[in-house]
Write a protein that binds this ligand. Structure first.
Ligand code: SAM
Length: 222
């Protein structure tokens, strides 16, 4: 009797779009957790080089909330890896109806990224996010006219400043630029940190979560 009732209740709940979305998202969040549990196993396969270096889940969760609360619509991440950070960002952009381009130049990781996104967001994941299997320097010419309101940097730490400078003309006023590992790799990130902290177009703060996240907002006067 109890089981019969709960099945009927579930059917009823699934008819309500908001609850349906909630259950779908809950299932994605659970799958992201299991992705973290599989990371050692993936690395041991030897296919992905020296490391996967997934973003800390606390940082990932923060980024999902940032995208959601500011209703961000067009994002880029540099250093997609096999997709831990992309998964968190994808949940945010799925909520806002926005879109993410993830850049990763190491092809075995690109393939695994695609598998992960398909398993998390389903076969239509490309409506939320696409991967560009290339270096950010080659990709930048393909970035159309629409301005970016979100950037996540998680590639080579000593290239953060160069990538920001390449992306700068494409930032919308109010855009967020988030850079990971600024505490764990403070030395390699120093030039980048000096730039966002001193340039008057940016307001920057270091969040001591995960490996250290530099959260900067692009607020030029004009
Ligand atoms: C720290 S890992 C990314 C981890 C990923 N964000 C995650 O949370 O799963 C850095 C990745 O950046 C990629 N990468 C480094 N330099 C790059 C570049 N110039 N263009 C594109 N990808 C780059 C590397 O191949 C590596 O997979």
């Amino acid at each position: 009797m109890g089981i019969y009732f709960s099945f009927r209740l579930k059917d009823f709940i699934l008819m309500i779009p908001a609850l349906q979305a909630y259950f779908m998202e809950r299932s994605i969040l659970r799958k992201i957790q299991s992705l973290y549990k599989k990371s050692d196993q993936l690395l041991r396969s030897g296919e992905f080089g020296a490391g996967l270096w997934p973003v800390d889940p606390v940082v990932g969760h923060f980024l999902t909330q940032l995208i959601t609360q500011y209703d961000l619509k067009k994002g880029v991440e540099i250093g997609a890896g096999v997709g831990y950070s992309s998964a968190w960002l994808g949940v945010g952009f799925q909520r806002t109806g926005g879109n993410l381009t993830s850049l990763e130049y190491f092809l075995p990781k690109v393939k695994q990224w695609e598998k992960h996104m398909k398993s998390l967001f389903g076969p239509d994941f490309e409506q939320i996010m696409q991967i560009a299997p290339t270096d950010f320097r080659k990709w930048i010419n393909h970035l159309g006219a629409k301005k970016l309101d979100f950037v996540f940097l998680d590639h080579r730490k000593n290239e953060y400043l160069e990538s920001l400078q390449v992306l700068l003309p494409h930032l919308r006023k109010g855009a967020f630029v988030c850079a990971d590992n600024v505490v764990s790799h403070a030395k390699e990130c120093q030039a980048y940190l000096d730039f966002v902290r001193k340039d008057l177009r940016f307001k920057a703060v270091t969040l001591e979560i995960g490996q250290g996240l530099e959260l900067s907002r692009y607020l030029p006067v004009k």
